[in-house]
Design a protein. Structure first.
Length: 279
């Protein structure tokens, strides 16, 4: 786990192969958001996390929200900062893993990607397990995590986010036009709408683990302990089997990632940071 200050730049010069141009990954007005350096104050005990994002808007915006609301450490006990790694028009799951570990080197890494209709998610899980990149997998999409701030949710979605987005738009006026006009941002009123709802979101996400159709999955079995990728002697740093690595979310060893429908592991990131509530 890295603790350092100074300036970070996550800049991706690699053009992904067959990366889809997703409407939901675009900001209003058609503006593309490239990776950019971020200035941060120096903290002696600051925890640094690099988080790879499939999308260019929703996920980086939410991570910025976490840093601004909790990053000082006043609520969590330890200051932290998150360096989002993303690319205009989005990345495929495998590319998320590749990009974040390239920028982070031996620092702590998380890969945040969706089920959608991707075909190589098992390969992304395998690559993440090989170098201890934590998984933040959402089925059908990250939008489910936002919805869970307002209500519980259930029922297989088969990679389709239509139902999730429809309910999110009705959950709060701030999200009424979410994913309309290429606007999937999490800023302004939408951030205010999330405040005070973290505890509920975590509880709803944990319930999805325990309600998994596999039958042996339990959120209480999850492992959110930070992984020190800089230490070759750390047992969590050693290459793990994909099944064992994916089971850190609390799902059973033989519960296939693609069968976790619906689910989202974003709550594990918050648990790892010590974020339990925001009242």
């Amino acid at each position: 786990m890295s603790r350092r200050g100074g300036q970070e730049q996550a800049s991706d010069g690699h053009e992904p192969e067959a990366a889809p141009r997703k409407r939901k990954r675009r900001r209003g007005g058609g503006e593309e958001r490239p990776l950019a350096p971020v200035q941060w104050a120096e903290y002696k005990q600051e925890r640094v996390l690099y988080v790879g994002c499939e999308g260019e808007s929703t996920e980086p915006d939410y991570l910025d929200y976490l840093v601004k609301r909790f990053g000082s450490g006043e609520r969590t006990g330890q200051p932290f900062r998150i360096v989002p790694v993303y690319k205009a028009n989005g990345l495929l799951p495998e590319q998320v893993v590749e990009a974040v570990r390239r920028y982070a080197a031996t620092d702590e890494t998380w890969a945040l990607f969706d089920r959608d209709e991707h075909t190589r998610i098992p390969q992304a899980v395998e690559h993440a397990s090989a170098d201890s990149t934590e998984l933040c997998f959402s089925h059908p999409s990250f939008d489910l995590w936002l919805l869970l701030h307002f209500q519980a949710f259930g029922g297989q979605q088969s990679g389709k986010s239509t139902n999730v987005v429809d309910k999110l738009r009705k959950a709060d006026p701030a999200f009424k036009r979410f994913d309309k006009g290429d606007d999937k941002s999490v800023r302004g009123p939408r951030r205010y709408a999330l405040e005070g709802r973290t505890k509920a979101a975590i509880a709803h996400a944990k319930s999805l683990v325990s309600q998994c159709e596999h039958g042996a999955c339990k959120a209480s079995q999850h492992n959110a302990a930070p992984v020190d990728r800089a230490s070759p002697h750390n047992p969590d740093h050693l290459p793990q089997s994909p099944r064992k690595w994916a089971a850190r979310s609390g799902h059973a060893l033989d519960c296939k990632v693609l069968d976790r429908d619906p689910s989202t592991d974003v709550w594990r990131l918050l648990a790892s940071l010590g974020i339990e509530d925001d009242d």
